[in-house]
Design a protein around this ligand. Structure first.
Ligand SMILES: [Zn+2]
Length: 88
């Protein structure tokens, strides 16, 4: 999905931080003396990609942890069952 400049509708290159206003190179330079106010759209997309990648790693890791917990719990249940058997 290509973002469009809110002023001239050319393909946007910059985006205002914490905002969803997009600007092309020309309009950004015209309207903002300080381009550090802006982030590059492609950098933002890249950052989002990195963020999602990290999140996915977290998810996989916690799924592994979850499996471990399930295994441990099942073992505990088994132990309990064993003890009960012995008591009986
Ligand atoms: Zn523009």
């Amino acid at each position: 999905m290509v973002k469009k400049c809110i002023i001239c509708e050319a393909e946007a290159v910059y985006k205002i931080k914490d905002n969803s206003d997009f600007y092309c190179q020309d309009c950004a330079e015209e309207n903002f003396a300080d381009l550090t106010m802006l982030v590059k759209v492609e950098e933002e997309a890249q950052r989002l990609k990195e963020f999602l990648k990290e999140k996915m790693v977290d998810l996989v890791r916690s799924e592994e942890e979850l499996n471990q917990m399930i295994i441990i719990n099942e073992k505990k249940e088994d132990d309990k069952q064993d003890n009960k058997d012995r008591e009986d």
